[in-house]
Design a protein around this ligand. Structure first.
Ligand code: SF4
Length: 398
């Protein structure tokens, strides 16, 4: 079982489809980093000040030219700066982009505005300036509170800087702080991992995302692991890391609401919920994905290519694809199952005209019997054990 658990937690937000009954999420991709981490396969490159300036211009231009068809409605209630390292943008650049979103879209006054930040890029005054620029939620890429682990991941900060960044953010007035932690790191024991979980609780984060490290075949970390003879703990330990962390976080007042995410009451990530609840979102910047009204598209991935296209007045989006009814249904079920609330059977029946149990019941019953799925008259959700094997259950829908 533990071996099968391996693939579950490493997947980040999976795309979903929808009809547009709820407000949009706006995603802005910032592809710059101060250094490239040895395990990273995101769309990012090394920071270059002049490239960044041209990129911010292009991003503002893309937002200003965005399609704001009145049906199904241009309202938005989240803005999310993801990366890369968005905290390499100056606060006035962030403010300019928030204003560009508000000028083009009907952004709710109380919209959630999140900035991903790396601890080494911030200080008290910079954080206060982000707050003034309209950011009201920070998501820190902490990954670990142990310096030996941070060094192995080639991160630029240490544990004290991470703690200081969280404290500075509080002083700057942020009441919604998230952090990312990674488990199953090279050389990491269950005890090492739980040290980081405890430190994150002590640091007072409102929200946490816990990911299992996946070492990609061509990641420099793979070579370093071979050279230094670091290995990842056995699969059984990975399972213990996940389950014990969730139990410890719940005891500390956090609620798990998604396979990899926990939050204090009222602090769930509104933006990411759109990915998991059949919502719509628009992505701006290189490599950003969008899903709206049953159509999915992706922007060109290369930063220069993106800037040039925008400069020529061309759309950055390529590979637009209408999703079939079956794809939309499959994605909606696949993503809803990531949530502890699970699939709302009545909502699916009214939106897609499908009785889930009638269609998939024979395959799903096995998982219910094994204690991986929980079925109520209105919902279908994974148990915690089931979350470790989510991929297996999800294959029923795809
Ligand atoms: S900071 Fe994040 S996006 Fe940048 S290289 Fe490291 S892991 Fe990748």
């Amino acid at each position: 079982m533990a071996g099968r658990a391996r693939g579950v937690l490493i997947q980040l937000a999976t795309l979903s489809t929808a009809n547009c009954v709820s407000p949009l999420g706006l995603y802005l991709h910032i592809p710059f980093c101060g250094a490239i981490c040895n395990y990273c396969n995101f769309n990012r490159g090394l920071f270059d000040a002049s490239l960044k300036e041209r990129y911010v211009d292009a991003l503002a231009a893309e937002i200003a030219a965005a399609d704001v068809r009145s049906a199904p409605g241009p309202g938005a209630d989240t803005i999310y700066f993801g990366g890369g390292t968005p905290s390499l943008l100056e606060p006035d650049e962030v403010g300019r982009l928030v204003r560009a979103c508000r000028a083009r879209f009907d952004v709710a006054p109380d919209a959630e505005v999140t900035l991903e930040a790396n601890p080494e890029t911030v200080a008290a005054d910079r954080l206060a300036a982000y707050r003034s620029a309209g950011v009201n939620r920070l998501s820190f890429g902490v990954q670990s509170f142990r310096n030996d682990e941070l060094r192995r991941l080639s991160r630029l900060h240490d544990a004290n800087r991470a703690r200081a960044a969280l404290a500075e953010a509080r002083q700057a007035g942020f009441d919604n702080l998230s952090l990312d932690l990674m488990m199953w790191l090279p050389g990491q024991s269950v005890g090492n991992w739980l040290e980081s979980v405890d430190a994150a609780i002590s640091a007072g984060a409102d929200h946490m995302s816990l990911y299992l490290l996946e070492v990609y075949p061509n990641a420099p970390l793979r070579e370093e692991m071979a050279r230094a003879r670091w290995s990842q703990a056995p699969d059984e330990d990975a399972e213990t890391m996940y389950v014990t962390a969730m139990e410890r976080l719940e005891a500390a007042g956090y609620q798990q609401y998604e396979i990899s995410n926990v939050a204090r009451p009222g602090k769930r990530a509104r933006h990411n919920m759109k990915y998991w609840t059949d919502g719509d979102w628009l992505g701006f910047g290189c490599g950003a994905h969008s899903t709206r009204g049953g159509v999915r598209w992706k922007n060109v991935a290369a930063t220069e290519d993106y800037i040039e296209r925008i400069g020529r007045g061309e759309p950055a989006g390529v590979e637009a694809r209408p999703l079939s009814a079956e794809e939309r249904l499959g994605d909606a079920l696949f993503t809803a199952l990531r949530l502890t609330d699970g699939i709302d059977l009545e909502a699916v029946a009214s939106r897609y005209g499908v009785d889930i149990w009638e269609r998939y019941g024979a395959d799903l019953a096995v998982f219910v019997e094994e204690g991986l799925l929980r079925r109520s008259p209105t919902r279908l959700s994974l148990t915690r054990r089931g979350m470790l094997l989510a991929h297996e259950v999800m294959t029923v829908f795809v």
